[in-house]
Ligand binder design. Structure first.
Ligand code: SAM
Length: 283
């Protein structure tokens, strides 16, 4: 495997920079399990710890790096099969992703099976997951995403109803993807070491399950309800329909949900039924 470039700049805290130590790169690569025909989107390549082995094993790597210096250094390394895109992944629109894939010679980006990999910056890991869901919903064929997250975020993704970890992230990501825990890493796997442990998860995206009448309405409802997670569902829903006591009662009845339950006891199917109930004849 090619040598890592000598670290030339200090890790930038504001970009969540913690670089994976060599001993752990192989474990992460085994978790990703790249194939010669795969096209990868890498989020946050940093100094290229994963980019290089991915490029050796796959057909294409399109890597998005926010740090101008790291992006320039990686680009100047001119690694075969790698396109480095400088920018914030959170700003990547469907058109921008089409363009980035075209730079790798993939002119029909939305007809290309894509895999996502990344040791995500922990400060924006959840928004990045939501961006991936939005891009998938916009028509990009993500086969999977193998990403390193703060362990607590992985716990929230995998949480069961009725637990403290169950919340917005659980409901809205699991509505769009199946999540599997692959690997847990200690702080010492990175330099500089973060203050938290890390977990690698694999997301397999799918169409909304269960199907929902309006995903934006589901998102608004789930966000609103979990901002008042200590209240009953009936009261928490006032954050969603502030003046709609009657509408709330009607929707709860239609969805067969007792208003006295706590928000985190509702499962994904309950939230979908409730969201649909607000749109079906309920004012
Ligand atoms: N992949 C490298 C590794 O494993 O050593 C670096 C991982 S480091 C945890 C996260 C990387 O994501 C950094 O290189 C950071 O500059 C980059 N980054 C942070 N925020 C980003 C964003 N919004 N879009 C793209 N890259 C980002």
């Amino acid at each position: 495997m090619a040598e890592f470039p000598t670290p030339h700049v200090r890790a930038r805290k504001r970009f969540g920079q913690h670089f994976l130590e060599r001993a752990w790169v192989e474990k992460m690569m085994r978790a990703i399990a790249p194939d010669r025909t795969d096209t990868f989107l890498e989020i946050g390549p940093g100094r290229g710890a994963l980019t290089r082995p991915l490029a050796e094993a796959a057909a294409h790597v399109v890597a998005f790096e926010i740090d101008r210096d790291l992006a320039a250094t990686l680009r100047s390394a001119a690694i075969e099969r790698v396109v480095v895109v400088e920018g914030n992944f959170l700003d990547v629109t469907p058109a921008a992703l089409d363009e980035a894939l075209a730079r790798a010679g993939l002119l029909n980006g939305r007809q290309t099976l894509l895999r996502v990999a990344g040791n995500l910056p922990y400060n924006v890991a959840s928004p990045i997951l939501f961006s991936l869901v939005a891009l998938y919903r916009a028509g990009f064929m993500f086969e999977d995403a193998t990403v390193m997250l703060q362990r607590e975020v992985a716990d929230r993704l995998l949480a069961q109803p009725g637990t403290r970890e169950f919340g917005v992230l659980t409901v809205l990501i699991r509505h769009a993807a199946q999540v599997e825990r692959l690997l847990t890493l200690p702080r010492g796997a990175f330099r500089p070491a973060p203050k938290v442990d890390s977990t690698v998860v694999r997301l397999r995206f799918h169409s909304d399950e269960p199907p929902v009448r309006s995903r934006p309405e589901l998102e608004a409802l789930v966000q609103a309800v979990f901002t008042r997670r200590r209240k009953t569902v009936a009261n928490a829903l006032l954050a969603y329909r502030p003046s709609g006591q009657a509408a709330i009662e009607a929707a709860l009845a239609r969805a067969s949900i007792a208003g006295g339950r706590r928000p985190e006891t509702l499962d994904l199917a309950d939230f979908v039924r409730l969201s649909d109930a607000f749109g079906t004849g309920v004012p």
